[in-house]
Write a protein of this length. Structure first.
Length: 286
């Protein structure tokens, strides 16, 4: 992903907050980690937004390519060569595909073979659906024959794939909500353990408090008392690990790609970090 203005703005703002944090709160560990989490969140936010916009753009590309394929099939069915059909279609509005369709038509007009122009078209769009469809169209164009039938079949195949994707997203949406709800319940349980249950063990010794243990009691008397703060430190790492893997699972279930689950992982991890460090800062007396 190429860095844009919003990415640089987030990086600069996050670094400024981090520097401010280290300069003024380096002695206050709780405030240090809380502000550091805010800085990391600000840095990551533009990338999360970028991933979301990229996913939306990919859906729009697939939808518009379906329309493009249908129109091309109709054009070829009337006896128009595929090259001429592409040139004629650049006058139509295909939304996010307009620049790519214009470039494809210009390449064909300049004498670049249709097969090579279509290959460039698919490479620039970088969509799995488009690449598969273009591969079929290229082979049909090479082989000749009933190309309008192949184009029509390709359009129907893309339509079915998109329909199945939408149905899967609708079905999985409930699971996504459940995943987020369960994760926040998990955070709540961890906070209750950290601030309500674990502090009750502050005066409990590991072995020294066992009366009548004889040599065992005297031998273990030097172990000391349990420190609630030290005991609960790993909870933050547990929350971060849980957020990372829950996000990846959500992405795999909804989009069929672990990469697309990174945005969910970022959201869950940053949220868990801020809630955990914020609770330690404000609920434990600063």
């Amino acid at each position: 992903m190429a860095l844009k203005k919003m990415h640089w703005f987030g990086i600069i703002a996050g670094v400024v907050i981090a520097l401010f944090d280290f300069v003024f709160f380096y002695k206050n560990e709780k405030m240090l980690f809380f502000l550091l989490g805010i800085g990391i969140g600000i840095i990551a936010l533009p990338f999360i937004i970028g991933l979301s916009l990229e996913n939306k753009k990919e859906h729009k590309v697939d939808d518009m390519f379906l329309e493009f394929t249908r129109n091309l099939a109709e054009s070829v069915a009337t006896g128009t060569p595929i090259s001429k059909g592409v040139i004629n279609m650049r006058k139509k509005n295909y939304g996010v595909l307009n620049p790519h369709v214009n470039k494809l038509a210009n390449q064909i007009e300049l004498g670049i073979p249709v097969d090579e122009a279509l290959q460039t078209f698919a490479k620039e769009l970088d969509s799995t659906v488009v690449k598969r469809a273009i591969a079929l169209i290229r082979e049909a164009e090479k082989a000749g024959g009933d190309i309008d039938y192949i184009l029509d079949s390709t359009a129907k195949s893309i339509c079915e794939v998109e329909k199945l994707k939408k149905e899967r997203r609708a079905v999985i949406y409930g699971l996504v909500v459940q995943g987020y709800v369960i994760f926040f319940i998990f955070i709540g349980i961890i906070l209750i353990m950290e601030f309500k249950i674990i502090p009750l063990t502050a005066g409990v010794s590991t072995f020294g408090g066992l009366g009548g243990a004889g040599d065992l009691g005297s031998g273990a008397a030097g172990v000391g008392e349990i420190s609630p703060e030290q005991f609960t430190k790993p909870f933050l790492y547990l929350l971060l690990a849980q957020g990372l893997f829950v996000g990846l699972v959500i992405g795999k279930l909804t989009e069929g790609s672990i990469k697309k689950g990174l945005k969910h992982s970022f959201i869950l991890m940053i949220t868990a970090f801020l809630i955990s460090t914020g609770a330690r800062l404000f609920l434990s007396g600063g």
